[in-house]
Design a protein around this ligand. Structure first.
Ligand SMILES: [Zn+2]
Length: 280
């Protein structure tokens, strides 16, 4: 099943919450290659299965953003009258496939290999997706605020500060920069973030050539090439800054609520700025 290509529909249609597709494969997690199984942390109490579809709206874990969760159901119930429901717990990309790990309710598969090719409906859990998109976009805004202050030589930030790693997990979100951000820059960074959010800037997705993306993106292309074929998927914040990115985002910055800068830590020449998003 891991050689079937899955179209990551969320790259182009990032705001779909429901999607109809077909069932490509279904198999117990235990039947997957021993190298693939450890990618998943199945829930302990039920037999985990892996399901694939030709296209998916479920964001696969990666780029600092967790998986979506939700359900996959047959659009036409099985003849025995079951209401077939597969709860998706985790989604991982194993090129070229996207694998949905989940369990059946109550326990045994309510649909099987016999249903391959039949129509299924995907529903992502919307509050989870919205939180992940807010955290992810909030990370870009924080990175952009730091970048703008750095280039303006403000708040004691070095002008050659370089964009680094980022994580957008709830309760553990941060952006890193190569270079030292002084602790007392926190208030000015917060102010800059608030200013960007209050302008309600639009968040746009583009597909650029690798060359264009390398030139125009703030972070360059370091290990971040995502997109279809030769193209690189890029997120642009209000025309002020672009980043190569495979994640999901809000449409305009007002949806973020408030991005709160928590802490600035410096270690081995790297500054790590942690943050969270809260309702405005
Ligand atoms: Zn992003």
């Amino acid at each position: 099943m891991t050689d079937q290509k899955t179209d990551p529909l969320y790259h182009r249609e990032g705001h779909l919450h429901t999607h109809t597709t077909t069932l490509s494969s279904i198999a117990p997690l235990s039947s997957l290659p021993s190298t693939t199984q450890p990618l998943f942390k199945p829930p302990p109490s039920k037999t985990p299965y892996i399901l694939t579809t030709p296209s998916t709206i479920f964001h696969a874990q990666g780029g600092g953003q967790p998986s979506d969760i939700g359900t996959i159901t047959l659009t036409k119930p099985t003849p025995d009258g079951n209401d077939p429901k597969f709860t998706v717990h985790q989604v991982r990309k194993v090129d070229p496939s996207i694998l949905h790990l989940g369990t059946f309710d109550p326990e045994e598969p309510t649909f099987t290999e016999q249903e391959v090719g039949l129509e299924v409906r995907q529903d992502i859990d919307v509050p989870t997706r919205v939180l992940h998109s807010r955290l992810h976009t909030g990370g870009h805004v924080l990175g952009l605020a730091i970048h703008l202050l750095s280039r303006a030589g403000e708040a004691g930030l070095p002008q050659d500060l370089k964009d680094g790693k980022a994580s957008h997990y709830p309760g553990a979100a941060f952006v890193e920069n190569v270079g030292l951000i002084p602790g007392d820059a926190k208030a000015r960074i917060q102010e800059k973030v608030d200013e960007l959010v209050s302008r309600d800037l639009g968040v746009a997705i583009h597909f650029w050539s690798g060359e264009d993306a390398g030139h125009k993106c703030i972070s360059g292309l370091d290990g971040a090439a995502v997109g279809d074929g030769e193209e690189v998927r890029v997120v642009d914040i209000g025309g002020l800054g672009s980043y190569p990115c495979g994640g999901t985002h809000v449409k305009t910055l007002k949806e973020l609520g408030r991005v709160v800068v928590r802490n600035i830590k410096r270690q081995k020449g790297i500054s790590k700025v942690s943050y969270e998003v809260v309702d405005a």
